[in-house]
Design a protein around this ligand. Structure first.
Ligand code: UDP
Length: 242
């Protein structure tokens, strides 16, 4: 990183640096992986590069479909340039199939296809362990207005329609994913963060029977092994298709 760039923020999987243009940032994808609110940690050589490449391709796809995102361009293999945003402290999870925490907290059976996409919103707060939050709590905490929350939900549903179709074409089932949004300097709502196998559940549709083959961070969460192989496979399928 050149010495004009200052580290502004370091998260679990990314570092954010300032850019010479004040309205841009440089995002570096790290090889670190965490799960269960950082109780489990590991490093996977090459993960940062793969997530950066995958995210860039998906952001480009979404931009072409008129979804406003923070992505501007790739800088190098594990670094991208993005618009500077004020991150909204909410994690927007969309689920097409019941899995993960949904099955621990409700009576949904693992792997059930949901009758319609379910949106679960969590407060982004490590100390509180990212609790599930309601629309009214969001409004009363002044996190975003009811109108902006509706826009975020509409954008998330549209992103799901685009991604579900895209992943199906490359024989992947989009089970669920997590998004983060922010405001740019003109207060427009933009999709931020990343879209990668770190925050999407993707199952291989090239299986003859109904066995679930996860090609995402569940390989780490559930000690399945082969995380880099799975992420590389997703990157390969995306590049072969686009
Ligand atoms: N997710 C994420 N970051 C989080 C929590 C969840 O990216 O802090 C993603 C996760 O990868 C999955 C979806 O959101 O694609 C739903 O996760 P879930 O609530 O089932 O949580 P988990 O099974 O990880 O406890």
């Amino acid at each position: 990183m050149n010495n004009k760039c200052e580290l502004i923020y370091e998260g679990k999987a990314k570092k954010v640096f300032s850019h010479e243009d004040v309205d841009k940032v440089i995002i570096e994808f790290k090889d670190d992986a965490t799960a269960f609110n950082s109780l489990k940690k590991a490093r996977f050589e090459g993960k940062g590069k793969l997530n950066c490449q995958i995210s860039a391709k998906i952001f480009e796809l979404l931009i072409n479909r008129n979804i406003p995102t923070h992505f501007l361009e790739l800088k190098n293999e594990n670094t991208m340039i993005a618009k500077k945003i004020r991150v909204i402290p909410l994690e927007i999870v969309l689920r097409n199939i019941a899995y993960g925490s949904l099955c621990k907290q409700t009576t949904f059976k693992l792997g059930t296809t949901l009758a319609k996409p379910l949106i679960d919103i969590y407060l982004k707060n490590d100390e509180l362990n990212d609790p599930l939050i309601t629309k009214d709590r969001i409004e009363l905490l002044n996190i975003v207005s009811a109108k902006d929350l509706d826009s975020i939900i509409d954008l998330t549903l549209e992103i799901n329609r685009i991604l579900q179709k895209f992943f199906k074409n490359i024989k992947l089932q989009l089970v669920d994913f997590k998004l983060e949004f922010g405001y740019d300097l003109k207060n427009n709502i933009l999709l931020g963060d990343e879209i990668s196998p770190d925050n999407c559940r993707l199952w291989d549709l090239n299986q003859k029977n109904d066995t679930i083959v996860s090609l995402d961070k569940d390989r780490f969460r559930n000690d399945l092994g082969g995380l880099i192989e799975a992420y590389s496979e997703i990157n390969r399928r995306i590049n072969d298709f686009i």
